[in-house]
Design a protein around this ligand. Structure first.
Ligand code: ZN
Length: 258
């Protein structure tokens, strides 16, 4: 730190009467309020919760699709088995009517009886498989119902959270809509060069203007070192001074401890 360096550094000296400098604190208060509202809008707890539910619902939706695919495969299998059973029954009926018609040579009769027995075994096997498939279809239907219910429950949670978020957005947006013209009205009262300096300070450290209270900058909370304090003390009341640390405009009052 160079003790001889003026507080205003290379900035051109700017003057503003005490009342104007104090008004900068109102501008800062309005900007702080707006910044807090914007921050709150971007960091609502619902936003993370909604993203979480969206992700979970997408995963659960995949489970639903998997369960639907499985059920559809089982239904295909069931239809195929039912068609096979129909074919076997038709063939058995045809064989039996041939048998009842009689008059077959003994070798053909033997072959026909053999086929009827084979068809009966085949039908029994197919019917067992069909029962098994129907059981699996029931399980798959249950799994689909469960997966659908889980997904729908998470989606309902998501919609509730979205409603809460939208209510919070509406409240915040109303506050922003109210504060914005208030801020503009204060800014309109202040000289353009002072606003420009204030905005430069804001873009630098986040705070444009702060009270100097008990030798401490209320923006960065640093106590001004002796040399800087001496320069501030020596500055004319209407000279705009800034914090060497955070570059905020320092507004002096009786509480500044100078
Ligand atoms: Zn500071």
């Amino acid at each position: 730190m160079d003790a001889a360096r003026p507080v205003t550094r290379s900035e051109p000296a700017l003057n503003a009467d005490t009342a104007t400098q104090l008004r900068l604190l109102d501008l800062q208060a309005a900007d702080t309020a707006l910044a807090q509202l914007t921050h709150r809008r971007g960091h609502l707890p619902e936003l993370a919760a909604i993203a979480d539910r969206e992700k979970t619902a997408a995963e659960l939706h995949n489970d639903v699709v998997d369960a639907q695919t499985k059920l559809s495969d089982i239904a295909d299998e069931q239809r195929r088995l039912e068609s096979d059973v129909d074919t076997v029954r038709a063939r058995t009926a045809r064989d039996e009517s041939r048998l009842q018609a009689g008059g077959l040579p003994s070798r053909e009769l033997e072959s026909l009886q053999h086929e009827i027995a084979t068809l009966a075994r085949r039908q029994s096997t197919l019917e067992d498989e069909l029962l098994d498939v129907m059981e699996r279809a029931e399980e798959a239907e249950g799994a689909l119902r469960d997966a659908t219910a889980r997904r729908d429950s998470v989606t309902a949670e998501q919609h509730d959270l979205e409603a809460t978020r939208d209510a919070a957005f509406a409240e915040i947006d109303a506050a922003i809509a109210q504060r914005t013209p208030e801020r503009a009205a204060i800014a309109a009262e202040l000289p353009a060069e002072l606003i420009a300096l204030y905005e430069r300070a804001r873009s630098h450290g986040g705070t444009g203007a702060a009270l100097l209270r008990q030798r401490r900058c209320e923006a960065c909370h640093i106590e001004l070192p002796g040399s800087e304090l001496a320069a501030v003390r020596d500055a004319a009341p209407d000279e705009v001074v800034r914090c060497d640390n955070c570059r905020a405009i320092l507004v002096r009052t009786a509480e500044s401890g100078l």
